[in-house]
Design a protein. Structure first.
Lengths: 199, 209
């Protein structure tokens, strides 16, 4: 058979493509559930962190997430949990950082006068500078932080510990720090609108 | 380049050292800049490249006599893409954290010139097992250089190795080491060092004097 002829080339290309794509779809099918579970777990882990709920492993994440109610308010999806006589809400947000979108989850109390916690899902900030938004030292500042007049204020110097609404900026990352301030204050505004009349 | 060397030992030496894809052939350096700031990411990424280079070389060598000349490169690309997507799927399912860190770079292994280069230059004209070996050693040559870059970058950029803090807390991280340009400088230094050593050993040097 002439291996350089047109019919051979067409048939050969077809068979090769078919075989490889077939194998690929088998692999894809075989791992699809695992991939979906990973994505679901990632979201659930972030929501739990934003509501300041601790977990050990994936099994516990799924279990703890059962206590969380998903509610719709003003077209926004909120995650709600009753704890210690109060109702807490978490919302997934997206906003522009310095280089790209910052995705995260923020937890607040019912009248949005206090943040419960902050979790960053992903970001494209400069590693080692703005990228430190994802480090515990930065996020810890949002643990049960009372807001000042419904807002946070990211400041470069001065006391932040025990001062309402004040958050320490990230050194050398003014752009990212300002972005976080803008994104979160906008989210607080939206959450207040959505939760008005709930209390 | 002399691909006349058909001995496994010679192939190993060529691919790891005298014709190292990164510092002798200057191939595949785009990913060398992007994925070398943390050792664990580099490790997984380069293992992926070793797997893809080896397997695509093997596959090309097995079916080479069946491939019509007109579609030769298309078929090679298809084979390479196939293995890369397998790596991507496996990472996504079983190492989601690392898959997220590597982002688009796993998919971009397809465009890594080393793999296409080996398929064209070696697998097309050599038996399957030798091609597999050539692919694996080429991948290892790439791996060796990338890991040494990552070692310096993670150590100086984060004060850590494989995520474990090894330098004392008072150490001030070098921000430049975290950013891509530092990999450029390090590749330059490695290329210089490698070529200098080769001159000293009297190895025939590939490129212009």
């Amino acid at each position: 058979m002439n291996k350089q002829s047109l019919p051979y080339t067409v048939v050969f290309s077809f068979i090769v493509c078919f075989a490889f794509v077939f194998l690929l779809s088998l692999t894809h099918q075989a791992t699809r559930e695992q991939v979906q579970l990973n994505q679901q777990l990632r979201l659930q882990r972030s929501v739990l962190s934003a509501l300041a709920i601790d977990y050990q492993d994936d099994q516990e994440v799924l279990q703890l997430f059962d206590d969380i109610e998903t509610v719709e308010r003003n077209g926004m999806t909120l995650y709600r949990i009753d704890r210690d006589d109060e109702v807490l809400y978490a919302r997934i947000f997206a906003g522009s950082g310095l280089w790209g979108t910052i995705n995260g989850v923020v937890g607040v109390n019912e009248d949005v006068s206090r943040t419960v916690a902050l979790e960053i899902i992903d970001h494209n900030e400069t590693p080692g500078l703005g990228g430190r938004v994802d480090e515990p030292e930065f996020k810890r500042q949002f643990r049960d932080k009372p807001l000042d007049d419904g807002k946070i204020d990211v400041i470069r110097e001065g006391d932040t510990e025990g001062v309402d609404g004040r958050i320490n900026a990230i050194t050398g990352a003014t752009g990212t720090s300002n972005a976080i301030e803008t994104i979160l204050n906008r989210e607080f505004e939206r959450l207040r609108d959505a939760l008005r009349g709930e209390a | 380049m002399s691909d006349s060397a058909k001995q496994p030992g010679q192939i190993l030496k060529q691919n790891m050292w005298t014709a190292n894809p990164i510092f002798m052939q200057i191939l595949g350096i785009c990913s060398a800049l992007a994925v070398t700031n943390l050792l664990s990411n580099t490790m997984i990424m380069t293992l992926g490249v070793v797997f893809v280079t080896g397997m695509s070389n093997l596959t090309v060598a097995i079916i080479k006599s069946l491939i019509p000349r007109k579609v030769r490169m298309v078929v090679q690309t298809l084979i390479i893409a196939f293995y890369v997507i397998i790596v991507d799927i496996v990472l996504r399912a079983y190492l989601p954290e690392i898959s997220r860190n590597l982002g688009p770079y796993v998919g971009l292994i397809i465009t890594n010139c080393i793999i296409m280069g080996r398929a064209e230059a070696f697998a097309q004209s050599n038996p399957p097992l030798l091609s597999l070996w050539d692919g694996i050693t080429s991948g290892m040559g790439y791996m060796g250089v990338l890991l040494s870059i990552a070692l310096v970058r993670e150590l100086l950029g984060f004060g850590a190795l494989f995520g474990f803090q090894v330098l004392p807390a008072g150490f001030e991280p070098w921000i430049i080491m975290v950013m891509p340009p530092s990999a450029f400088f390090l590749i330059g230094v490695i290329t210089w060092g490698g070529k200098y050593l080769m001159h000293r050993q009297g190895e025939p040097v590939l490129e212009g004097e």
